[in-house]
Design a protein around this ligand. Structure first.
Ligand SMILES: [Zn+2]
Length: 698
């Protein structure tokens, strides 16, 4: 839409202290200075030479989009608002307008934006309101950072997509990326640029954890970026959270610590039962597929236990365990007579637990199958509507020879939906399960819902109610069974408060280019998650990767060919998965036998159990204070009391590797490998193998 130019009844005035010849205003943090000059440009610069430079322009600092609440397709974007008054005080810069009349819209605007130096950072905040009328604020772009110069072509960009991504400069970052928080693609509402020994942290400190979109765009042909924060509002008045720009000295760990310290002032991360902390990982088993194919009737849960034990896994997640199978007939999760009925399911769960294996039951926290009576008779109360007043639809096409199931999205802003989900947890508990997984609550961004039937206003996201729902269910279930857990797939800083155990998904949960699991794991070392491995076995590489970052292991059985592989040892070929849309990685399955994979996992998990003080109950510290020199080797640390365990992994798959390791403030104690109890630290590391080196504080 073309931007509107505003006709304003205000004049531009500047007051305050004129500190320098051309500077109208100046304020400082310990490492940076912010200056407003007489050309209405704001410049944030590091005090050190050749440090960071961030430019902002007063007339581009914000953009407000209005929408007609009776016709959501009618919008006006207010850009380049140059008629604000500017006011300065020693620690605050303020831009404000009162009773601003807009030329063709029947409303007036009051708005104020401030920048201040606080908590050793520059905080951008503001508030705005519109007089009664048919126009409301749709969204706000603020602040807009017109130019960020932080280092050169090798500047590292720490980006919280999944567990994290790390990009070396613009060539890896690409032209533009967005963090849609809170979601699996925007797990934390901040990112950092880091060059040599300094960096810049950009974050949203929102105690309401409202949905926010942080965008960074490369300026063509340069190493510099534009960044802006977009917030959906759909209201006549709005007070912004604090948007933070913080130049800092040191490594990315400083940025992570800064966010965590703000987080701890406002939220508390869930504390999980001991059995989750000590769990070795899970076998994810789809019992019945979307097309009705039953692979594991309830009595065969015994066989799943055999397989879990073979791989040394102590939990089984039952997916597709109800009448519809996987991704069909949701939210009807009745035990299936075809698979053996309720009693056989309960008995099988009990037998698994008698063997020391925990059982989790699947439910989807968002999907309603439109072919169900639930959709027909409870849909209007529960489903999410778009701004076109139509249901939000979704598809999960599992097989290429079956018509796709048509889902709509439920909204957790619906009390009836929250009750439906709560009832499923009560059912899981009555079936004897150790927990329930609500799929998608940790993944999907809180889409705006325009239903007039929910607890939120039309146009608001459901993130608040997702958390409320999980919180209510978790609290109730823990009073009934203190070791019962709530799981979801994917994580973010909102659901993190009430989820005991996460099923990993996306960036950083498996080895991949630009994957950087350290970002989320270092910020939240208490976070407990599985790796993601959609294969009915684990390669040594994937297993070692999980150990290095303190992730629980995973093996998945989803299709008939997976069952044949696990039960009969039949290696699949290209035709084995001809009718499914997301098969496992056949090359991985051919790279070693199932027996070899199981044997390796067995010994690796025994090693993790033996050194659980570090690898399960220690605090993940990434590489902070650890220096390793050597080709193909990588090291990550876990502290516990005055000890530190450092895992070294030789990623080379065919050759031995040597390395030199040093730590800050610790002395060497001993070295250990899965195959032998104690080893000489000077020995080369065998191909694709791990070693744990124990240090003690000096
Ligand atoms: Zn809703």
């Amino acid at each position: 839409m073309k931007n509107q130019t505003l006709f304003l009844f205000l004049f531009f005035i500047v007051t305050g202290i004129h500190s320098q010849s051309t500077d109208k205003f100046r304020m400082e943090t310990s490492v940076a200075t912010l200056v407003l000059n007489d050309k209405d440009k704001i410049l944030i610069t590091s005090k050190e030479e050749n440090g960071a430079k961030i430019g902002l322009r007063v007339n581009e600092l914000w953009g407000i989009t209005l929408v007609n609440k009776h016709n959501l397709r009618q919008e006006r974007t207010l850009d380049e608002i140059s008629a604000f008054r500017t006011e300065t005080s020693p620690k605050k810069l303020r831009f404000y307008a009162k009773d601003l009349y807009l030329d063709d819209i029947s409303t007036t605007v009051n708005a104020e934006f401030t920048i201040e130096a606080k908590n050793d950072a520059f905080l951008f905040s503001g508030n705005m309101s519109f007089s009664a009328g048919e126009w409301i604020i749709k969204s706000l772009d603020y602040p807009r950072l017109s130019k960020m110069e932080v280092g050169k072509e090798n500047t590292k960009i720490y980006w919280p997509d999944g567990l994290g991504r790390l990009f070396n400069g613009p060539s890896e970052f690409g032209s533009k990326r967005s963090l849609n928080t809170p979601s699996h693609w925007g797990t934390m509402p901040w990112f950092s640029l880091n060059a040599e020994d300094y960096g810049v942290y950009i974050g949203v400190h929102d105690t309401l954890q409202h949905t926010t979109n942080i965008t960074m765009t490369q300026i063509d042909g340069t190493n510099d970026y534009i960044s802006s924060i977009n917030t959906n509002i759909y209201d006549a008045a709005y007070t912004t959270p604090e948007f933070v720009v913080k130049p800092y000295k040191g490594t990315w760990h400083q940025a992570a610590k800064y966010y965590r310290s703000w987080y701890d002032e406002n939220f508390k991360i869930a504390s999980s039962p001991d059995w989750v902390i000590n769990d070795t990982g899970w076998l994810l088993a789809i019992l019945k597929q979307q097309n009705g194919n039953v692979m594991w009737p309830y009595r065969d849960i015994d066989k799943l236990c055999d397989i879990a034990e073979k791989f040394n896994l102590t939990t089984i997640g039952l997916f597709g365990w109800a009448i519809g199978g996987h991704d069909y007939l949701y939210p009807n999760y009745l035990p299936d007579p075809l698979m053996g009925g309720e009693k056989e399911l309960k008995d099988a769960i009990k037998r698994a637990q008698d063997r020391g294996i925990k059982i989790i039951l699947y439910a989807n926290g968002k999907l309603i199958d439109t072919s169900t009576d639930y959709y027909r008779y409870r849909g209007m109360e529960t489903m999410m509507f778009g701004n076109d007043k139509k249901p939000r639809m979704d598809f999960y096409v599992k097989h290429n020879n079956k018509s796709p199931v048509i889902f709509c999205w439920a909204c957790t802003g619906s009390e009836y939906w929250r009750t439906t989900m709560h009832d499923l947890a009560l059912q899981a508990n009555s079936l004897g399960a150790d927990g329930i997984l609500y799929d998608q609550l940790g993944i999907l961004p809180p889409e705006l819902c325009f239903s007039p039937n929910h607890d939120h206003n039309p146009g608001h996201g459901d993130s608040k109610y997702r958390l409320q729902m999980i919180k209510e269910i978790r609290k109730d279930l823990k009073t009934r069974n203190s070791s019962f857990i709530i799981m979801t797939e994917g994580s973010n800083t909102s659901v993190l408060q009430e989820i005991d155990y996460t099923h990993g998904i996306g960036a950083g949960y498996a080895p991949e280019l630009n994957g950087f699991p350290d970002l989320y794991r270092y910020t939240f070392p208490e976070y407990i998650t599985t790796q993601r491995n959609p294969n009915p076995m684990l390669t040594k590489t994937d297993a070692n990767f999980a150990l290095l970052y303190g992730l629980k292991h995973e093996v998945e059985t989803r299709y008939t060919a997976d069952v044949k592989y696990l039960v009969n040892g039949k290696t699949p070929d290209a035709d084995s998965y001809w009718d499914v849309n997301s098969p496992p990685d056949i090359n991985k399955m051919k790279s070693l036998t199932m027996e070899e994979s199981a044997k390796y996992m067995h010994s690796l998990i025994n090693f993790e159990n033996k050194h659980g003080n570090f690898l399960k109950r220690g605090k993940f510290i990434s590489d902070e204070g650890i220096t390793i020199i050597g080709k193909d080797v990588i090291a990550r640390g876990f502290t516990n009391g005055d000890e530190m365990g450092v895992v070294v992994w030789n990623k080379n798959e065919t050759q031995n590797r040597s390395y030199e390791i040093s730590t800050t403030g610790y002395k060497y104690v001993s070295s250990h490998e899965p195959s032998e109890s104690i080893v000489n630290n000077n020995l080369k590391l065998k191909p694709n193998s791990v070693r744990l080196i124990v240090f003690k504080k000096k």
